[in-house]
Every structure is written in structure tokens, then in C-alpha cells.
Design a protein around this ligand. Structure first.
Ligand SMILES: [Zn+2]
Length: 84
């Protein structure tokens, strides 16, 4: 996969989520994401990331690293509205 920012080849990899606390990963539109604090109940339009890898002690595939930009881009599945 090529970097969305610079177009160069990215290194395929994954993200390991470690720790004992269950975590939820959610994507938010920028206007919601930029609100102060981390509380999800202050935000709307969140997309819960589906992969079990988002739970504790887990591994998440499909993350790509761009050496040039020093960024990681992940491909997360989104839970459909009807499943939640
Ligand atoms: Zn890049």
C-alpha cells in the first residue's frame, strides 16, 4: 500500500494493543475528535472499530508505516449501525 500523504511504499505491519484494561477504539469525525478531553459521551458520530483486536492484549493486522512521513495508517473494520 502506498502512503496517502507522500505516495511512497509503506511497510505492512500491525498494531499490538497490550494491557489489562478493556479498551474501545472509536473513530470520530475531526470536529468531534478535536473536542477537549477523552469522554466519548461528549461526542457524536463515532464509529466503533469492529476488530476484536481493539480489545486488550490483542493484535491488529493491516497497519502500514510510512518511514518518510513517520506515520502509521490502519485499516479498521467498522461496526454497522444495525449490529450495535
Ligand atoms: Zn508518506
Amino acid at each position: 500500500m502506498n502512503c496517502l500523504l507522500c505516495g511512497k511504499e509503506m511497510k505492512k505491519g500491525g498494531i499490538i494493543v497490550s494491557g489489562r484494561t478493556i479498551m474501545a477504539l472509536e473513530w470520530y469525525p475531526a470536529i468531534e475528535f478535536n473536542k477537549r478531553g477523552l469522554k466519548s459521551w461528549n461526542r457524536t458520530d463515532g464509529k466503533e472499530l469492529l476488530d476484536e483486536a481493539c480489545l486488550f492484549g490483542s493484535k491488529f493486522e493491516d497497519a502500514f508505516y510510512c518511514e518518510h512521513c513517520n506515520k502509521v495508517i490502519g485499516l479498521f473494520n467498522v461496526r454497522k449501525e444495525s449490529e450495535s
